[in-house]
Design a protein around this ligand. Structure first.
Ligand code: NIG
Ligand code: FE
Length: 427
């Protein structure tokens, strides 16, 4: 590392053998998802506030003439990326990463042939995590959750959504959102919070009573603590009418919408998400043709696919190919949670996108970066390596982009850069 005089910048990451990125400030749909820019011998110039000033070939970024007046010169750090490959940081736009306690027993029960719904009916599932959260303090929950964000960062995730939803009462949902705040303060990763009070009906309450308490008690008290409101709209969870009621109230309070849609059964979830103007409809394992059409015609509803969940539940994968061919914007995320997807590994979600859902590596990269950012209303600031965006990128010791999903469940990451600084690994 050495320093040099340069105009208005703090760092120059150079000697990047190949840089791959989608480009743009909104989600890519359909065929456009495969449009990836490849820059050989790249350099990334970052600004003092952790954004990208410019991207190009190293030689192009060096000042030639006229010389910059000395009063405008500042010291910059040159960082040699030693011929590594740069990709944008992953955006994990769907996680339940604040929880307390694990459920590997249920995982083993599924291996014996029991279904997710059966296990939930036997007292496992979401409600068993709710009991564990009920016994813990926000500090204990944060302490339990912190290693997940630390590992996710080391695996290349630089922006992550975290949902509440294992509280299912005003105080316990607040506790989870506060735990997410603690985690957020302690990690260099950026966190976006979602309120998921409508994750299940807690023991001892009727469906009707609980929906009423979300609308009249939880949302009015907690809306300022989360940017998005999500509902688990599915068979055995929340109906279309209940979902619409909850989301309308959330929107009145200024929240944005996401939906768990058509995961366990086709319940008109995708269409409801589009009608509500949701930023994403997630899961979609059982989405109908009409749902695909609605998503393809939507203004900004991203189809967020969670293949690790399908793998973990031994369910059929979401129809990624059909969604992309219909012109939808598809994102990939982990769904990290203790029940249906115990993984914070975005690279593995990308591998499954390619292997199990027939996405090309380029489409899967767009899905895991720019389209994930769009699902979080962050496409203007995140998800690509280009001027004006956050300087969030990852350096890999790989020969080419395709190698990343091809090297299944093994990380070739050398360093993770978040907001212009190396925050995991080393160069
Ligand atoms: O996204 N589908 C709803 N919620 C989670 C599962 C939560 C759990 O089982 O703890 C999901 O798969
Ligand atoms: Fe989920």
């Amino acid at each position: 590392m050495k320093t040099a005089s340069y105009f208005c910048s703090v760092k120059l990451y150079h000697n990047i053998r190949l840089l791959y990125t989608p480009v743009g400030f909104s989600a890519k749909r359909g065929k456009e998802m495969a449009d990836i820019e490849t820059v050989p011998n790249a350099a990334i110039l970052t600004t003092e506030d952790g954004r990208i000033q410019a991207v190009g070939s190293f030689s192009e970024e060096r000042p030639t003439s006229p010389p910059i007046p000395s009063e405008k010169r500042i010291e910059i750090e040159e960082i040699d990326c030693r011929g590594l490959v740069a990709l944008p940081g992953f955006v994990d736009s769907h996680t339940h990463a604040v929880f307390y306690g694990e459920r590997s027993e249920e995982f083993a029960m599924r291996a014996e042939g029991r279904s997710y719904q059966e296990i939930a009916g036997m007292g496992g599932g979401i409600r068993s995590s709710v009991e564990a959260v009920g016994q813990a303090t926000k500090e204990e929950i944060a302490e339990y959750s912190r290693p997940f964000t630390r590992r996710a960062l080391a695996l290349g995730t630089t922006l992550m959504e975290i949902k509440s939803g294992y509280g299912l009462s005003l105080e316990a949902e607040r506790k989870l959102l506060e735990a997410a705040d603690i985690v957020s303060r302690e990690t260099p990763m950026q966190i976006v919070k979602t309120f998921l009070g409508a994750h299940a009906v807690p023991r001892g309450r009727t469906q009707r009573e609980y929906v009423e308490s979300i609308v009249s008690e939880q949302l009015p008290s907690l809306y300022a603590m989360a940017e998005f409101c999500d509902v688990f709209m599915d068979e055995g969870y929340f109906s279309e009418d209940e979902t619409v009621r909850i989301c309308k109230r959330a929107k009145e309070l200024g929240m944005k919408i996401k939906l768990h849609a058509d995961e366990l059964a086709e319940t008109h979830g995708a269409e409801t998400a589009v009608t509500l103007g949701a930023f994403s409809a997630d899961h979609l394992l059982n989405v109908s043709d009409a749902g695909i059409r609605a998503l393809s015609e939507s203004e900004h509803t991203v189809a967020t696919l969670l293949p690790i969940t399908a793998l973990s539940l031994r369910a059929a994968y979401a129809p990624a190919r059909k969604l992309i061919d219909a012109g939808c914007a598809v994102a990939l995320a982990t769904d990290c949670n203790p029940g249906s997807s115990m993984s914070e590994n975005m690279q593995f979600a990308v591998s499954l996108g390619v292997i199990a859902m027939q996405m090309s590596p380029a489409e899967a990269l767009t899905a895991a970066t720019l389209n994930g950012a769009a699902a979080l209303d962050r496409a203007r600031t995140h998800g690509t390596i280009e001027g004006g965006k956050m300087a969030d990128f990852v350096l890999y010791d790989i020969p080419r982009l395709e190698y990343m999903p091809y090297h299944i469940a093994v990380s070739d990451i050398v360093a993770v850069v978040r907001g212009g600084s190396v925050v995991s690994g080393a160069l």
